[in-house]
Design a protein around this ligand. Sequence first.
Ligand SMILES: Cc1ncc(COP(=O)(O)O)c(C=O)c1O
Length: 397
Amino acid sequence: MTLSISRIVQALEPSATIAMATKAKALKARGETVYDLSLGEPDFDTPAHIRKAALEAMESGRTHYTQSGGIPELRRAIVDAYRTTHGLEYAPSQVVVSNGAKHALHNVLTVLLDPGDEVIIPAPYWVSYAELVRLTGATPVIAQTEQANNFRLAPEAFRAGITGKTKVLLLCSPSNPTGSMYSPEDLGGLADIVLEKNLTVVADEIYERLVYGDHKFASFPTVRPGLPERTVVVNGVSKTYAMTGWRIGWAMGPASLAKAMDDLQSQQTSCPCSISQYAALAALTGPQESVGQMLAEFAKRRDYVEQRIAAIDGLSCAEMAGAFYAFINISRHLGRKYQGVQIDNSAEWCLELLSQQKVATVMGSAFGAEGYARASFATSMANLEAAFDRIEKFLKQ
Ligand SMILES: Cc1ncc(COP(=O)(O)O)c(C=O)c1O
């Protein structure tokens, strides 16, 4: 008997980042040394005080279902942290804690969208956005950005993508995959159009604390009055506290939307993991030194990667203001042979780089930008040095 898979799931593209990481892991399992720049997660351990809070939660019997939208203490800690950093007041009931920011995004899009609605997504975009939109039956509308403009959506390009069906603008700042970030002025320009056209914004701010140099992060709802009523902020502990495996993220927005997400989640997963929620509470309310230490290490790697890219003929990248990715323009190295193998696009380039030099990156096409490769610098300096030596060797053939 052949099982029939639903049309909506058959149409789903599996995550290319996870696919590249799996290929790299398979090579490693065969005993090969792989220089893995495909991963989107900090290579640090979760700080000790957070791990301890999880142990204490287990030992003290906090091992049962919790409120579907998350424990009140964590929701309170989330709104407190937001008010302290960004000066806007939300009620804890406006937050729904989920199994990671990816799950939070799925919830947000599910409660906001009907089949036929359109969502504007600036490209290059994070691999999951378009697929999560498609799962709701809505249509992703990709708005192109330019490397010369640090991959920020220009107001004209945004306006050009709007139709009578547009419901949501999905913004990611600082960006995965490009590392670019919107200034308050940039966000203001987009916000004016959002307000004029009566749209909703989903602001993925998961990299908000991973910002370099003089760059200042601005949270979308803060840039104009009227935005908190039409914005959902998505965030989580995965990147800031090296907690990817704990699966805690959240969405915060208008009360009616939070209620809808809470209802959805109550039927879908009951609640996020109780132990992880106590760990996330310790992350938000405990000492923050580890965040600065990890950031300082990422900053060193960022500077190193920037300098290596600049020194290799024909490569370039936009300014990396935040997150931990370099989105490398490889277009000048396409359309030629590498050890006899013709390479015409970013997927072929990344696969051949892995096969010939054992360096794992992710093809730009997975992020809606042909001619690029994403290299994560959430890996050790030694790994970065070896990987860039090999990229240089690969290109010099
Ligand atoms: C832009 C962006 N949003 C959301 C997520 C999901 O994070 P989480 O681990 O909280 O699901 C990621 C993880 O790679 C990301 O890069």
